[in-house]
Design a binder for this molecule. Structure first.
Ligand SMILES: Cc1ncc(COP(=O)(O)O)c(C=O)c1O
Length: 386
């Protein structure tokens, strides 16, 4: 029998909802058509894709022709950053990003630097929030894009995206926001929030993996990244991932229907979790504690306790949690987000992220607040053995 796992890593990915599975089912079986085919099988697939586009557009107050399907957040970000650079490189060559972006933005921009892009990286305050004034200071006459995420994936901190949108509008600069962690958790409205582009991923909202979309204000010109059969109005060639698109739209609809009550529920669970843990582990620190945060993400540090050891130990005890620090090829790197908040290398290796979601129960939280202090004590007592 499979060991029971308490899953506290919803910011990494989410399980698919039953309703999503059901929505996808016909596309795994009978409705296998290619949306570009003109016969009946093709037409039903086309109708499903069109319906999904309308559903998703509604969640953002967008028009359906402003929604473009991709394979996820990373691809959306690549399409937008590279596509805008190719459009602007001959007259404007400067972009502003934040130091707490996901690697999908940071690495795309690093690659573009090799093509001649100039980048200013703006740092957050000690709560993990990018202040609008710091973006304002970084603007140059040759700035064409500001790219700042809506909510940070490690801390959950919400960035002042509406103010950033107002600023970029007033300066005639484009605004892309990575909304992968925020979409479906807080309301986003492309008519009032000043976005020109936002990127979204299906697997963070209880949809299938390998599916995503971006919003593109179509008055803005973008050079396509993926050429092919003209799908997605020429911006992203390739036969559509029909079941991924249908599943994502179903997930998007459901998460928006329950957004407000789910926010309250997760808020209450998060508060209980942090209050109880702070009481039982006095040295514990909550990172980004006073910043506005999306419900369900808590980032904690326990001084002198390596996050890597703690996560591995909790894994053996049946808890799936993660850290902000990227684990590449067996090496555990300090979190670039905590380093950007002026934490030391050591502190940046001590942060763990607990992220809750739709299937998290109060009992799971209660068990965790009982178990974590014991695990912390056990690790402190055996500094070299784990
Ligand atoms: C903030 C943020 N941006 C982008 C991504 C990448 O999305 P995807 O996994 O769909 O490529 C993630 C996923 O972890 C994320 O958290």
């Amino acid at each position: 029998m499979e060991n029971k796992i308490t899953y506290f890593d919803y910011a990494a990915t989410t399980p698919m909802r039953e309703e999503v599975r059901q929505a996808i089912q016909p596309f795994l079986e009978t409705e296998f058509g290619n949306p570009s085919s003109i016969h009946a099988r093709g037409r039903e697939a086309r109708r499903a894709v069109d319906r999904a586009r309308r559903t998703i557009a509604q969640t953002l107050q967008a028009r359906p022709d402003e929604i473009f399907f991709t394979s996820g957040g990373t691809e959306s970000i690549n399409i937008i950053h590279k596509g805008l650079w190719w459009r602007h490189q001959h007259h404007k060559n400067h972009m502003i990003i934040s130091a707490i972006e996901h690697s999908a933005v940071i690495e795309t921009v690093n690659w573009l630097k090799g093509q001649g892009l100039q980048v200013t990286t703006v740092f957050p305050n000690d709560q993990g929030v990018i202040e609008v004034q710091s973006i304002q200071k970084a603007i140059r006459p040759e700035t064409f894009l500001v790219s700042v995420m809506v909510a940070n994936n490690e801390l959950g901190t919400i960035q002042p995206f509406r103010e950033i949108g107002q600023l970029t509008r007033s300066q005639n600069i484009l605004f892309h926001a990575d909304a992968v962690q925020a979409y479906g958790k807080i309301p986003l409205n492309v008519q009032t929030d000043g976005f020109d582009f936002i990127s979204v991923s299906s697997h963070k909202i209880y949809g299938p993996k390998g599916s995503g979309f971006y919003f593109h204000r179509t008055s803005v010109q973008l050079e396509p990244l993926i050429h092919g059969g003209g799908q997605e109005r020429g911006y992203r060639g390739g036969t559509e991932n029909v079941l991924g698109i249908v599943g994502m739209a179903q997930a998007a609809e459901l998460i928006h229907q329950t957004m407000h009550q789910e926010a309250l529920r997760l808020q209450a669970l998060t508060e209980f979790l942090t209050q109880e843990l702070s009481r039982r582990i006095p040295q514990l620190q909550v990172n980004g504690a006073t910043a506005p945060r999306i419900p369900g993400i808590v980032n904690l540090s326990i001084p002198s306790l390596s996050a890597e050891r703690l996560i591995q130990r909790l894994d053996r005890e049946g808890y799936a949690i993660s850290s902000g620090a990227a684990c590449t090829a067996g090496a555990f790197h300090p979190s670039h987000v905590l380093l950007a908040m002026n934490k030391s290398n050591q502190e940046a290796k001590e942060s763990i992220r607990i992220s809750l979601g739709a299937f998290t129960t109060f009992d799971e939280i209660q068990n965790f607040v009982n178990d974590l202090p014991k695990t912390v004590d056990a690790l402190a007592a055996t500094p070299l053995l784990d």
